[in-house]
Design a protein around this ligand. Structure first.
Ligand SMILES: NC(=O)c1ccc[n+]([C@@H]2O[C@H](COP(=O)([O-])OP(=O)(O)OC[C@H]3O[C@@H](n4cnc5c(N)ncnc54)[C@H](OP(=O)(O)O)[C@@H]3O)[C@@H](O)[C@H]2O)c1
Length: 349
């Protein structure tokens, strides 16, 4: 099969380099364009990334010699992944969509737009039904799809099967978020070593709002928000990769702990789709008292699976548990690649 040419916007950042790493050897996609700010444009990727390549392994040689371009829609591909800083992602992604490119974005800018899918293929694939409406807005074949905030994704994956079977009505979540979630160089070492920072600017509203869109429906050309309330507290901790979250949930229907574990363990809606990045299973329940842990569990399913554990009765709501997800893979680049694979299977690329 001839591979689909793809570009990476924001290819020099933390998430951008994850795209380059994860797309190397991808059976369907080939990175032919890398783009970033005018600070990086006009220089080979390897030169700009000296001292900035932080993910495991070397820069793939074919990408290393690509010349970085500016983020203007004259790239030699029809599909782009976006890992752009949110200060610029909004208008740049719109420009690409208007010019007929499909864009799979990690940035927050368009996630809550009324005609942009906030896609988790295991959960709300039917939201892609909005794409014709979005195309009409741009007056082109282009469109933007987005993946959730890196702390919202683990929460949504754990909630989705519970919501479907028992109805979730209340959620209280406290996150312990990894340093790579702040980009590079991120939080100054003297602020975070021997410390926990109980504030991540703008994060809590995203964790409270995005799951409602994802867990909700699409009806008559409109997204209908799920009927539940989330209260989030977000903290930054001294961990490199992997967001751990402590979650309490209230349910509409009575359930036993075994019912919840069975529901998580049976959840595998993409198992027959043959998508290269889809983890099977996407949710793993660990029965040990002290799991999940970021260092030990974040690479499950090549960083695409979410790991749940420590399910207990909650004396305030109904149940409480922990969930862990890899923030730059399942919470960013890996999620956008899985979305693209799903689009390809549905003939939307
Ligand atoms: N890190 C995570 O875990 C995570 C998870 C989910 C979502 N996200 C989102 O993903 C996006 C990227 O995050 P990151 O952590 O990778 O950030 P980052 O390391 O700071 O990288 C930002 C990228 O944006 C480019 N850029 C900045 N200003 C630009 C401009 N004016 N024009 C064109 N390109 C510009 C940078 O290029 P230069 O190198 O040339 O400056 C770089 O490639 C953000 O929107 C973030 O919120 C991050």
């Amino acid at each position: 099969m001839e591979k689909i040419k793809v570009g990476v916007l924001g290819a020099t950042g933390m998430v951008g380099q994850r795209f380059i790493q994860l797309l190397e050897g991808h059976p369907w996609f080939e990175v032919v364009e890398v783009a970033a700010s005018e600070r990086s444009a006009g220089r080979p990727y390897a030169e700009v990334m000296q001292g900035r390549w932080k993910v495991q392994g070397e820069i793939p040689p074919r990408v290393a010699q690509l010349m970085i371009k500016e983020c203007t829609p004259n790239l030699d591909c029809r599909f782009c992944f976006s890992a752009l800083d949110s200060s610029v992602a909004g208008p740049v992604e719109e420009e690409f969509a208007q010019a007929g490119y499909a864009v799979s974005s990690n940035s927050r800018n368009h996630r809550m737009d009324p005609d942009v899918p906030l896609l988790v293929p295991e959960v709300n694939a039917e939201h892609l039904g909005i794409i014709p409406q979005q195309r009409a807005r741009w007056g082109s074949d282009g469109y933007i799809i987005t993946n959730p905030n890196c702390a919202a994704i683990g929460l949504v994956m754990a909630l989705a099967p519970l919501h479907k079977r028992f109805g979730v009505n209340k959620v209280i979540v406290t996150t312990l978020q990894a340093l790579s979630g702040a980009g590079y160089p991120g939080v100054p070492s003297m602020d975070v070593i021997d410390n926990v920072v109980p504030f991540i600017g703008g994060e809590e509203p995203k964790v409270e709002a995005e799951p409602l869109k994802i867990l909700g429906g699409l009806d008559g050309g409109k997204f209908i928000s799920a009927d539940l309330t989330i209260s989030a507290s977000c903290t930054r901790v001294h961990v490199l990769d992997g967001h751990l979250e402590s979650v309490s949930v209230g349910l509409n229907h009575k359930a036993s702990p075994d019912d919840l574990i069975e529901t998580w363990e049976e959840f595998d809606p993409l198992s027959n789709q043959e998508l290269p990045s889809a983890p099977s299973p996407p949710l793993i329940y660990r029965r040990e008292d002290d799991r999940p842990q970021p260092r030990r569990d974040r690479d499950e399913g090549k960083g695409m699976a979410c790991v749940v554990g420590r399910l207990r009765q909650c004396p305030v709501l109904d149940f409480k548990f922990f969930v862990l997800s890899h923030n730059t893979i399942r919470g960013a680049a890996g999620a956008a690649i899985l979305n693209a694979e799903y689009l390809y299977k549905k003939n939307l690329l």
